[in-house]
Structures are given as structure tokens and as C-alpha cells.
Design a protein around this ligand. Sequence first.
Ligand code: NDP
Ligand code: HEM
Length: 505
Amino acid sequence: MANRQPIQNQLLEYVKQHEDDDLETSTTNSGNPLINKDASQTIGPKGFMVMQDYRFFDQLQHFDRERIPERVVHAKGAGAFGYFRVTHDITNYSAAKVFSSIGYTTKIAVRFSQVTFEMGSQDTVRDLRGFAVKFYTDDGIWDLVGNNTPIFFIQDGILFPDNIHILKRNPVTHVRDWDMFFDFFSKRPESIHQLVWFYGDRGIPDGYRHMNGYGSNTFSLINASGELFYCKFHYKTNQGIRNLDAQKAREIAGNDPDYMLRDLYNAIASGNYPSWSFYIQTMTIEQAKTSPFNPFDVTKVWPHGSYPLIPVGQLVLDKNPTNYFAEVEQLSFNPAHFIPGIDASPDKVLQSRLFAYGDTSRYRLGTNNQQLPVNAPKRFKNFSRDGKSTFDSQGGAPNYHPNSFGGPETDPRAVALSPRLRYAGDVGFYDTGFEDNFTQARALYQRVFDDAARERCIQNIVYDLKNASAFIQQRQVGVFSQVDESFGRRVQEELGKYQPLHAII
Ligand code: NDP
Ligand code: HEM
């Protein structure tokens, strides 16, 4: 159809696919024939509706329950399906089946998302983007729930609710509040690396196809000999990095709030399948002990010079969802879903995430969310039973262990590949947020950004920071100055164009 995008033709495509089908009759949700879809049952054409109109109640009660809670973060998103194919042998690092041989292919689901605002928000706001990958492996589900940035704002999950509150709406005014935003960030300097990245060019990607993904947290890989390596995951776009200029992004936010969703759908529907090259960085236990930075601190990257990227494979997306609600809204990721050969690390943010996602999935989708077709593993066999809306309560298999009637038993391969680590230390509450926060933020600002990128970063910051109270502006400028003296000075100069800085309250 001339001048129409694939995303506009969904209904026409539906008709094409179903033109040979017999016309179907409509039913209630329990399969009983409807009598009149366009009229409820009343006493005469002008009279009361009658209680016995079950068919009417059936439709309204279902409609009343159509919405489920949106994700507390990452509510707005787009999903697609495809595969991961191994191109390089990394079995010396991990015995995970997903990496088992060159050419080995695993089906995947991907969900891209904005982090901060609601389901109906604009795609082109300045924000981090989610890039979560579900691998349907022979050993169960592996969820790599990454972002488009290698780092994060905080080092400890106990600050996550606060970090998210200040990004979202003021509880009274219900609009974003730049006092809340910069008050928190200027008081938690571990956020500075992520904040510089956020206000840099990659803070507004030109669509999901043009951004990288990063597992961000530190993970563990275990090889067939039981050796453990710490690991970072990177997935780099083969479409090339492309970002949106801040002004253009604001225009698009008004004209086409679903810009990124549309771009992904159209590309896949046109056979222009996006792909990403998948890499790991690895670190031995010995290297981790002597590292000058904490390798389990998600506000830090592992410098490429010391920890080069090792190629692994390709992620390819070649299928759009057949139904958004069923396959994207109900898609649920959990960083605690590991497979033998891949595991967690002492990264505190990862440790916090191991709890949060399963918990929120049970709230959002229910006890048996892992049985929904889009979340389901190839097989599961255990002693869990029942719960709301179960699809598979495992028939007559024994529901207790140990039993004498046929297992299931522990998988010896999973036992052999489970990490064995020795840790010792005093139990306590350690606030690590004031250790070296500036070396890597400085490398990003001074070395990775060029003059023009630094200037854009400053302008992007001032666009928001000018709205904060003067004493908060001043504290935040102080943090930028610790990255680079001229950085703080330039931000201060630009702020001065809007209002003079006042003394700290
Ligand atoms: P390198 O010079 O080897 O790497 C710099 C990396 O920065 C690039 O490879 C690219 O990451 C990324 N980059 C390029 N432009 C931008 C931008 N405008 N905004 C954000 N990131 C950008 O140096 P190091 O590895 O020593 O890292 C130096 C700094 O680079 C770090 O402090 C960090 O801020 C940033 N960085 C480092 C990454 C890492 O894993 N080492 C990853 C991303 C950023 P990519 O290749 O992933 O596209
Ligand atoms: C979504 C918690 C840090 C990436 C979510 C959700 C929660 C959550 C509760 C909603 C999930 C759902 O409703 O299904 C946390 C906590 C964190 C944290 C407590 C830190 C302590 C991170 C980090 C990353 C990340 C560091 C990236 C590396 C994502 C992504 C989603 C998400 C991509 C969306 C998943 C989807 O598409 O369904 N997070 N998060 N989060 N988070 Fe985090």
C-alpha cells in the first residue's frame, strides 16, 4: 500500500491472512453464542436493562479488568523475538549450553523500554533505556536484564526506591520536580558517572535499533572444570550508534510519542532485521582481588584497555509480537533466572535485583507468571503446585520430595557448575558511595567526549538544572567541578544566564 508504513497495515494484514477462513460466530468468554453484539437486553426499547443479561455482564466484567498494574519502572516499551547464535568459542569461560558450540542457536525475546515514566509516555525523553533479553535455553530461562548504559546511578539496592522516586513525579504536584532530582544526585556522588552519561549524547538514542545493550552488573561464568570468571556482558548495535539532538527529540515527543516503538515494528515488518554483536569481558578471581576499582560496583565500567571485549555471537530480532498484551506486557524478566555456567556475583545492585523482579512479577502477573506462554521454559519439573491461574499443575507426578515414585532428582551437571566461592568479613552496613566516584566520570567527560560533546552535555544539564533551587544548583555544580574544574565552571556560567546563584541554605 503506497505511502503507508507496515505498522499502519496491521488490520489489512490480518484480513489477508484470514481471507480463506469461514466466518466465525461470536461467543461469550465461556464460549456461549452471543445473541446481539450491538444491544443489551431491556424491557422494551426504552425500558430498564434486565439482570439476566449474562452476556452483557460477561463483556463488561472482563473489560473492567483489562489493565494489570504497569511495571513500576520501565512501563513503556516495545518487544520483539528472534535468536542468539554463537559465532566464537567461549567454552573456556563458561559451560552454559547457550554458548556450547559455534552455530548453536537459542530463541530469544527482547523488550526495550524507557525507565522513568508511564505506559503512555513519550519515547524520546532523556532517560536510560532498558534492553532485556530472555533466552529460552535447554537449561531453562536465562534473563539478561540489561540497559543501554554500562553503569547505573547507585551502588546499593537500598537506594533504588529513592533513586526512582526522584526521577518520577512529585507526590503533590504530580510533575517532575528538579529540586528532588538534583537534591538526591548532588547528595549521592556515586551517581555522577551515570549522570554525565545521561546528559551526554547517548541519553536520547535515535530508536532502539541504534543503541548498545549492557548487562551492566557483574556476573560469574563457570567452565566445565568448575573454574569461575567474573564477567560483563555487552551487546553492540550493528546498525551503528545514532542519537537524537535534544531539540529534535522534544519535537518528536510532541509529534510522534511512539517514535521508537514504530521504528522497531516497521524495521522488523519490512524484513530489515536489527542485530547486535554480543561480547563478554572477563576477570579472574585474582584480578578482582587486586583491581584498583571495585569490580562489583555497577557505577564503574571495566576499562576496555585492561579487559578487552571477547566476541561471542549475534542477537537478531526477526519477529514482531503477534499480540502486544500477551507477548510484551506479560513478558516478565528476572535477573535471578540463571542457567548452569552463568551465575551472580557480589555486585550489591545485582544482589538486590535478584529479589525485586520475581517479587514484582508475582504482584503484576501472579504466582504462575512463569507459566504464561511467553515466559515459559521449554520444560519444568518440580514440587511446586497450584496457585491462582495455573496452566500446569504437573498431573499425577509426586508433589513431595524425597519420594519413591519417580523423582524428579537434582541435575548433577547443575551441581558441578554451581559457583563455589569463599568470602569472609564483618557483617555490617557499609556505605561505599563516597569512594572514588570521579576517575571514570572524568575519563568519560575528558577523553571520550570531544569539545562539541562536552558543550552539548553542559547545555543539556543546564536545561534541567536551571529549574532547581539555587542551593541545590550550587551543590550539583560542586560535584561537576570535582569531575573537571572547567566542567563545573561552564555549568555555573550557563546557569548564570538564567538566575544568579545564591548562597547555600
Ligand atoms: P575506551 O576509550 O576504550 O572506551 C570508551 C567507550 O565509551 C567506547 O568504547 C564507547 O563504548 C563509549 N562511548 C563513546 N562515546 C560515548 C558517549 N558519547 N557516551 C557514552 N559512552 C560513549 O575507554 P575505557 O574502557 O577506559 O572507558 C572510558 C570511559 O568510557 C568509561 O569511564 C565510561 O564512562 C565509558 N565507557 C566505557 C565502557 C566500557 O565498558 N569500558 C562502555 C561504555 C562507555 P561502547 O564501545 O560500548 O560503545
Ligand atoms: C525493570 C527493580 C536496577 C534493568 C525493573 C522492575 C523492577 C526493577 C521492580 C519492574 C519489573 C517488572 O515489572 O517486570 C530494580 C532494582 C534495581 C534495578 C531494585 C537496583 C537495585 C536495574 C539495573 C538495570 C535494570 C542496574 C540494568 C542493568 C531493568 C530493565 C527492566 C527493569 C531492562 C525492564 C524489564 C522489562 O522489559 O520487563 N527493575 N532494577 N534495572 N529493570 Fe530494574
